[in-house]
Design a protein around this ligand. Structure first.
Ligand code: HPA
Length: 251
């Protein structure tokens, strides 16, 4: 991936629908622990083309940890300690923007955090000084451009911008909550984008989000959101996510 030394691994955090990466050549698997506890899954080391990668399943493998109970600090610390310096977080999201329907891919450039009660900083406890990191641009611009170029080269339906609204879950939103988020400027909604992005920033890691829209957000259609519809969009759209990952690692 551009901007990284090819010997430095890229961390890939797989979300709903991406608990493993079939196209990596696996070279090892490690069970690790951190000062913050255990990450969601083992770290799978491998090669995606020439690029060493470390894959972590955010919800565990098999998928069992809900978004509000993911140990985000352990996940980010584990990837950092394993040597990753760029992280790609793959997120299943709901579409709010009219152009961002099911199976569309979004590489957001901004976020709004609506989560609460999550352990969302490494800076706590006995600190020598108080740290306020800059978070003006929550996603790494260079890594975003690599994903955008890969999506374009693969001729996928995607948007290279967007505001990710991070909600607490595990329930989906009400129609009024989505209307409020739309007024706030959110284009997509998901439950895992935060505190992942800020924790990466606190450790000085370059972080980028790759969102796959798996449903229209609440109230955007005249029907309720079903798991069947979400599963169908995952089946339809995850190959695009895999293509972007493969192509972006090759560049
Ligand atoms: N809302 C929040 N998180 C989600 C959604 C949604 O509609 N779809 C997938 N993750």
């Amino acid at each position: 991936m551009t901007g990284t030394n090819n010997n430095v691994p890229v961390g890939i955090i797989g979300g709903t629908g991406l608990t493993s990466l079939s196209n990596i050549q696996i070279t090892g698997e490690e069970t690790v622990t951190t000062a913050w506890g255990e990450p969601s899954s083992t770290l799978v080391r491998g090669q995606l083309g020439d690029q060493p990668v470390i894959f972590l399943a955010r919800h565990g493998n098999p998928h069992r940890i809900p978004p509000h109970q993911v140990n985000y600090r352990a996940n980010i610390q584990a990837l950092h300690d394993a040597g990753a310096r760029v992280l790609v977080g793959v997120n299943a999201v709901g579409g709010i923007h009219a152009n961002m329907g099911p199976a569309h891919i979004v590489i957001p450039d901004q976020l709004i955090d609506y989560t609460w009660g999550r352990a969302s900083t490494f800076f706590e406890g006995e600190l020598e000084d108080v740290t306020h990191i800059d978070f003006t641009w929550p996603y790494d611009q260079e890594a975003r451009q690599v994903l955008i170029d890969a999506a374009r080269a693969a001729s996928l339906s995607f948007s290279g911008f967007g505001v990710y609204g991070a909600t607490q879950g595990p329930r989906l939103e009400t129609a009024a909550e989505i209307r409020r988020m739309e007024r706030d400027g959110c284009d997509i909604v998901g439950m895992t984008g935060m505190p992942e992005a800020v924790l990466a920033a606190e450790l000085g890691l370059r972080y980028v989000s790759l969102g796959l829209v798996v449903n229209w957000a609440a109230g955007k259609t005249d029907h309720i959101i079903t798991m069947a519809e979400i599963e169908e969009a995952i089946a339809q759209g995850m190959s695009g996510v895999r293509q972007i990952l493969e192509r972006s690692m090759a560049s």
